[in-house]
Ligand binder design. Structure first.
Ligand code: NAI
Length: 390
């Protein structure tokens, strides 16, 4: 269905769109990049030149390859230039009304059969496809930030999407050197859903006064091997972005208690303490970050890790149980999309599913809160002495 000659249209030349255009161009496709904002287009062109210049300097690509990549991207301020595209990837503002209106307009321009993809993080593919005449060609292609660096891409067929379209996109994006996983059209897809407990449970532990931010960050790095602790990571992502994703996943899951946002994060968001970008979040960022000394008590550290990892593994198991994706794809998504040191289901096998169940049961009985209820599949697997991979 797609070849190297397939013209790739990208809508929105912000952080994601510009990165996606770079990836498509690096794979040899002619790319048309559109934005309503001229300044955004100009900036993305300059940023690409700088990024490619650095790659040439580091001898990752040749000057000729860089020139080829730049030449293959055409920057346009008019959607009418998308007439010969074979695939269009939309990466504009995360607003359903705006996205729906762009998709409607797009269908009056592109040829029948041109695949229409959205890079949305939190809207459903079904709600975007619903306004299209040829809704079978609308699919989710969810890149991670920065798109040229992060290997993972989630491919999401909506309820109206033709399976063959999702398959073709999977093959195409894989051929671009990305690791593709397939996910059901559910809130947060794989990564943004499963990762919620990393933040949520850590905040909860700090709210209860069990450990401070620095100690929790230390515990997850020391005992879990995570590259960044949850509070450092939230400050890095931005507490505005992270809070909005949490709120959206919670609301879209009909207020499922496991995804409930915390007041701690909401207050940071309201106070505009977004993290690194605003100079203060959970930590203060001057010329160097001011990170207080963690307590480094191994008993406490292991307890913190045990609680957070049990919640993460429970979420991954629930995703298998509800057929969100295959177990392999769930593990790949977390290692390639957010750099987890291990796939959560594989980790569950290694730590012992019965231990995970024990931790969750204890939390559930202690707190009496629904957020700690162990997934039915976990209970069944422990009962039958099963593992995910061995
Ligand atoms: P951004 O704010 O950096 O860029 C959006 C661009 O779209 C802007 O340049 C804006 O001028 C342009 N735009 C807005 N309305 C438009 C319209 N009607 N037609 C054409 N261009 C229009 O946003 P970002 O971060 O690149 O996000 C884009 C999409 O990607 C969103 O759906 C977001 O949820 C998703 N996403 C974002 C990630 C991130 O970490 N930033 C990660 C994965 C997905």
């Amino acid at each position: 269905m797609f070849t190297k000659e397939t013209v790739i249209g990208v809508i929105g030349s912000g952080a994601m769109g510009a990165g996606i255009a770079q990836v498509a161009s690096a794979a040899g496709h002619p790319v048309v990049l559109y934005d309503t904002n001229e300044e955004a287009l100009r900036k993305s062109k300059v940023n690409l030149e700088i990024a490619l210049g650095k790659l040439v300097e580091k001898q990752k690509i040749t000057g000729e390859q860089a020139a080829g990549m730049e030449a293959r991207i055409t920057y346009v301020g008019d959607l009418a230039r998308f007439g010969n595209c074979g695939l269009v990837i939309e990466a504009i503002v995360e607003n359903l009304d705006v996205k729906q209106s762009v998709f409607k307009q797009l269908e009056t321009i592109v040829a029948p059969g041109c695949v229409l993809a959205t890079n949305t993080s939190s809207l459903s593919i079904a709600s975007i496809a619903a306004v299209c005449k040829e809704s079978t060609r609308v699919v989710g292609i969810h890149f991670f930030n920065p798109a040229p660096v992060m290997p993972l891409v989630e491919i999401i067929p909506g309820i109206l999407t033709a399976e063959s379209i999702a398959d073709s996109c999977f093959s195409l994006i894989s051929s671009w050197g990305k690791v593709c996983v397939r996910a059901k059209d559910t809130p947060g897809f794989i990564v943004n859903r499963v990762a919620r407990s990393y933040y949520g449970e850590s905040i909860r532990i700090s709210e209860e006064g069990i450990a401070d931010f620095a100690t929790i960050d230390w515990a997850l790095k020391e005992f879990g091997g995570f590259k960044m602790g949850p509070f450092e990571l939230m400050d890095f992502i931005g507490n505005d972005v992270n809070f909005k994703v949490t709120e959206s996943v919670w609301e879209q899951f009909f207020y499922e208690p496991r995804f409930k946002p915390s007041l701690t994060q909401k207050r940071l968001y309201e106070a505009r303490l977004f993290g690194r970008k605003s100079g203060r979040g959970y930590y203060v960022y001057g010329t160097t970050p001011e990170i207080p000394q963690p307590s480094k008590d191994p008993v406490l550290g292991k307890k913190v890790f045990q609680r957070v990892i049990a919640m993460l593994i429970n979420e991954a198991i629930d995703s298998v149980y509800l057929k969100l994706a295959s177990k392999e794809d769930i593990d790949l998504a977390m290692t390639k999309g957010v750099n987890y040191p291990n796939g959560l289901l594989k980790w569950g096998d290694e730590l012992g599913l019965s231990e995970i169940l024990e931790t969750l049961t204890e939390l559930y009985e202690t707190y009496g809160e629904d957020r700690y209820r162990p997934c039915l599949l976990l209970k069944q697997m422990v009962k039958q002495k099963q593992n995910f991979y061995r």
